[in-house]
Design a protein around this ligand. Structure first.
Ligand SMILES: *Cc1c(COP(=O)(O)O)cnc(C)c1O
Length: 354
């Protein structure tokens, strides 16, 4: 055999979600809300009339319009994709030359680096402060000094749950020539979005997903919003029929109930605030929990030197959260799930299992 894989692909490993069946899943930042019976009834009626033998609308016009109406952006500046993951991959693969340097933060959403490295792009890691916030002036300096072509980051951040203000992000966008890819996957839970001004900048793309606040991780749908020039490239570069006909049908119906979506989001914000409060109470009692970060998202991030042991002990109680070295990330579940998690965690800490 003489075919050699490119070096960068030789060590690639498939993404591994946690395995096993756990009673309570607080590991993936999904919403615990499901669509209303009324909207599901509507979906049921619609999908019996879908032209399954035809390709879907290549621009998912109805889904983009429903999203645009929900977020009050022009539909002509929206591109739909198979989850925002597809858009991250597309941006990383298409927008840069091999000599371009693209900046990511440490810590941030791990897929940015995965896509950049898979596509053989040059990735520069910019540090965050010790408290996991971002120093905006240092970031701007680094982009200019290192001649960086683009920066991609999540705001509010997954996994830290910390947000940067709208003023700071705008300052960054205005201060650099680099393309700013702003992943607002969790901005529904906070109020510092740049969606209302995105089309005014020629170096800004915002990514949104239906997988978190909208509660539709299963249908795989995400959006990019940008000015005409960037949107044209994304439309031209994407696979023609990237969003399937069923997802388009679901989206048109389920995104058209803003009152319900807003109520779910509000409940998730409140649930996350009380999950945070409960964790702060445990932090006061147990030194092993070092820091609990105030969340701008639907999850709470905490620092503990015993994170791995706590993670394992929770799994033994059939509760899954996400562990990143000495940090734990806990998604907001239903009130019952959150209470079960807090009880399990305080039992673990009380019994000194860790
Ligand atoms: C969950 C998540 C996504 C992925 O969203 P999909 O639309 O499900 O692909 C993108 N960015 C961040 C920061 C996320 O946490």
């Amino acid at each position: 055999m003489s075919y050699q894989l490119p070096k960068r692909l030789q060590t690639l490993v498939p993404y591994q979600p946690i395995e096993g069946d756990y009673r309570i899943r607080l590991d993936a930042n999904e919403s615990f809300f499901t669509p209303t019976p009324k909207s599901l009834e509507e979906v049921k009626n619609q999908i019996s009339t879908i032209p399954y033998h035809r390709y879907p609308d290549p621009y998912a016009t109805g889904a983009c319009q429903a999203f645009a109406d929900y977020h009050q952006v022009p539909a002509s500046n929206v591109v739909a994709a198979n989850g925002s993951d597809e858009l991250i991959g597309l941006l990383c693969g298409v927008f840069f030359d091999d000599t371009d340097q693209i900046a990511v933060f440490e810590q941030d959403f791990s897929m940015y680096r995965v896509y950049l490295e898979t596509y053989g792009k040059r990735c520069v890691t910019l540090p965050k402060c010790a408290d996991l916030t971002i120093d905006i002036e240092k970031t701007i300096e680094a982009i200019q000094a290192q001649n960086i072509s683009a920066i991609i980051f999540s705001n509010p951040c997954n996994p830290t749950s910390i947000g940067m203000t709208r003023a700071d992000v705008l300052h960054l966008v205005k201060s650099v020539d680099a393309l700013v890819i702003l992943d607002e996957a969790y901005m529904d839970f906070w109020n510092q979005s740049l969606l209302d001004v995105v089309t005014e900048y020629d170096n800004l793309v915002i990514l949104k997903t239906c997988s978190k606040a909208i509660g539709l991780a299963g249908i795989r749908l995400g959006f990019a919003i940008a000015n005409d020039r960037l949107i044209r490239v994304l439309r031209a570069a994407k696979a023609p029929y990237n969003v399937n006909i069923l997802t388009q049908c679901y989206a048109e119906i389920l995104l058209s109930d803003p009152d319900y979506l807003n109520r779910c989001t509000t409940a998730l914000v409140q649930g996350t605030a009380s999950l945070y409060q409960s964790l702060v109470v445990l932090q006061d009692q147990y030194d092993v929990i070092e820091t609990v970060y105030k969340p701008c998202t639907n999850f709470v991030y905490l620092k503990s030197s015993q994170a791995t042991a706590i993670h394992t002990a929770l799994l033994e109680k059939s509760i899954a959260v996400r562990c990143f070295k000495e940090y734990l990330r806990i998604s907001c579940g239903s009130p019952v799930e959150n209470a079960a998690f807090i009880t399990a965690l305080s039992d673990i800490l009380k019994e000194g299992l860790v």
